[in-house]
Design a protein around this ligand. Structure first.
Ligand code: IPE
Ligand code: IPE
Ligand code: MG
Length: 253
């Protein structure tokens, strides 16, 4: 058994962990602080989590930072969240790259301000050769939007005669999603006690295990991450088949 592993737990660390980082506003409200203070502290939790995940051997970490629905928030909050992303890319890129982290950004790009778009493209290009953990930032990301963009591309290819409708299957469709060649997440964590998916990785998380924790995102630390991983190890994954104990008991003559 490996360190920290309890009887009945599997040893494995999921290769792809995705996180819905929720609860910044409530964290601030509980302290009588403005919401943006919660977001600022949320960025610190993000930095901590990137380090902890890499340290624990997670290969791909996806963080839901801004959804296609988050544009509905007041303009000042939206603009603060954009500024935070700018800060993160500008200030952290060198350190991420030194840690061999590869940065990927998923989500619609056409709504991003030109300078932010350039920063995102630069971060991806500058870290493309890195071979350590892949950090996927879901920004202006919505799963329905991603699926629709993919369907539109495939329809254009069919209309132009580049591919036939029959050639579209689950794997070719998956490859065209923003997540392209990335493995599906085995574990999706949502903080803040909400138990919904909020338009995150609908396709990719088809067989993911979900762990919901009441911890508010700015408080998410190494212990909370390790607890989610321990919960994952206690789950039995079936993928539509049978559990090992049931498979021995099928009773076919
Ligand atoms: C998560 O915290 C950050 C984003 C969605 C950008 P929230 O801002 O949603 O915090 P709550 O849910 O209001 O507490
Ligand atoms: C989901 O959180 C989006 C992100 C964490 C970026 P929200 O706070 O926007 O989700 P809802 O509105 O509670 O579903
Ligand atoms: Mg929220």
């Amino acid at each position: 058994m490996s360190v920290g592993q309890r009887p009945g737990e599997r040893a494995e660390i999921p290769s792809h962990v995705a996180v819905i980082m929720d609860g910044n506003g409530r964290w601030a409200q509980l302290r009588g602080l403005p919401r943006h203070e919660g977001h600022r502290r949320g960025l610190e939790a993000l930095r901590r989590t990137v380090k902890n995940a890499a340290d624990l051997g997670i290969e791909v970490l996806t963080l839901y930072s801004f959804s296609t629905e988050n544009w509905r928030r007041p303009a000042a909050e939206v603009s603060f969240l954009m500024t935070l992303l700018r800060h993160f890319v500008e200030k952290d890129l060198a350190e991420l790259s030194a840690a061999n982290v590869r940065v990927r950004v998923i989500g619609g790009r056409e709504d991003l301000a030109p300078d932010l778009l350039r920063l995102v493209e630069h971060a991806e290009a500058a870290t493309r050769g890195n071979t350590g953990m892949i950090l996927v930032v879901a920004f202006n990301y919505g799963s329905r939007d991603e699926i629709v963009r993919t369907a539109r591309q495939l329809a254009a290819d069919v209309a132009a005669g580049r591919i036939s409708p029959a050639s579209i299957d689950e794997s070719s469709f998956s490859l065209r999603l923003d997540t392209g060649d990335l493995p599906d997440p085995e574990l999706v964590i949502r903080t803040s006690g909400e138990t919904r998916i909020s338009n995150f990785l609908l396709w990719q998380a088809a067989y993911a295990e979900f762990v919901f924790t009441p911890v508010l995102w700015p408080d998410f630390d190494r212990a909370a991450l390790e607890e989610a991983l321990a919960e994952y190890r206690r789950r039995e994954r079936r993928f539509g088949g049978l559990a090992e104990s049931s498979a021995r008991n099928v009773g076919v003559a």
